[in-house]
Design a protein around this ligand. Sequence first.
Ligand code: GDG
Length: 499
Amino acid sequence: MGARARQRLVVVSNRLPFVFKRGKGGRWRIERGSGGLVSALLPVLRNRGGSWIGWPGAAETGPDLERAVTAAGAEAGFALKPVTLDARAVHEFYQGFSNEIIWPLFHGLASLCNFEPSYWSTYKEVNRKFAQVVMEDSAASDFIWVHDYHLMGVAAELRGLGCRAKAGFFLHIPFPPPDVFFILPWRLTLLHSLLQYDLLGFQTMRDRRNFIQCLRELVTDVTVQGKGQVVTVATDHRTVRVGGFPISIDYNAFMRQAATDDVARRAQELHRLLPRRKLVLGVDRLDYTKGIPHRLQAFRAALERYPDLRERMSLIQVVVPSREDIPQYHQLKTRIDQLVGQINSSYVRPGGWVPVWYVYDSLSRNDLLAYYRAADIALITPLRDGMNLVAKEYCACSIEEECVLILSEFAGAAAQLQNGALLVNPHDIEGVADTLHRAFTMSDEERRARMRRMRRSIRESDIFWWVDSFLRAAIAKDLSAFPQPESHVIEAVPDYVPI
Ligand code: GDG
């Protein structure tokens, strides 16, 4: 990167990479966020210098919290800048516009949207507030990297405030096709806001194509130059770069931690509790996009269609509590509880096999890894998912390379993992049931060959590759020279061979 290497990086996301909680005695307890994004960006920020701007997540504000945020930044080796939000803003911007409009719509679930007009004005107001903090904290030579659907309008607000620094945006969720996107009452303003970034990153080529199609239908004079992973899109008054950057995980860290004695011991304990059977695993946040009820129905259909699976297979379904104050999430929880109850009561024998082992809790990292290691089959069947990191983490933890991944064709990860995973349509209950049986009876050689292919692909393009390729796309002079790994340019999931 030569002389540009010292360009400061300003990361902007809804939440800061640390969680701030009041501990005993009123002191702030600071915990590092657990995601791969945090692990990947912390060393980059430390090396290049820069700052991370976001909401600290605490309902209260004040100098006390600001001191805790500054101290956490000093320890991490870069600046942390809080954006404080009051209760109304959290309700209308975060729960409202972000999670009751953009989240369902962009996942193709328009019927779940609540297009409350006040949500939109608060969304713009909060995006402006983020932009003001960015302005106070950045110089024209910095690169500003904004994350996710909560903050699509930050670049437009920055430009309005006179900011000339280059800015990139990465969308962690899918981008919908025109017939879905056009439902949004504020669609044109939102598209023009996105065009104020210099680089727009999407999880898959399908998302990128959807975005460009929306532009072609709503914005005049759109031309696209290039064919690779990153293209240049020119409209009548802006030229931006648009690319597909499939997010990944810290592969080596997962693999190393999965191999520790502690994780192995916990995995053995699971096998002791659930003996003489294959374990099938589902791990999801409580969310209607994750397809948990469909999966439970498919598991039940597998037991009905294939009696040889009874008493020889259990589903461990981990559901991590999330967004419980939104009514749809509460209803989803009730539906999952009912289905688990029905399946278990149909098959359970006193003192014997329990078909579904249901955990409604957040797990420690070692427990999560123990579930990954213990499971013979992962059943990851979202109705729509930006990427789905659980699928990649499961493969990284399959250190014996003997496990099978069943993956929804509607997860972003399917484009990359289609050479190893068994792809399914999560709406096809019987098809998923048949695939479960196929995974159960798959030969050792086939399981190993499939898992090896997926692990190689994830290892070669891990989270550090992802950060590097996004930042290089932002500064590269010549996009045709931009590396283009074959597995990342698949336009759509091709037809898979049904069994
Ligand atoms: C969004 C997009 C996109 C889960 N349970 C526990 C736990 N987890 C961790 C997993 C994984 C993460 O949470 C979940 O990531 P996903 O990618 O599966 O899903 P979303 O939360 O919906 O994330 C998604 C992602 O952003 C990144 O761009 O892939 O499509 O929706 O890392 O390990 N971690 C711990 N305990 C748990 O119980 N410690």
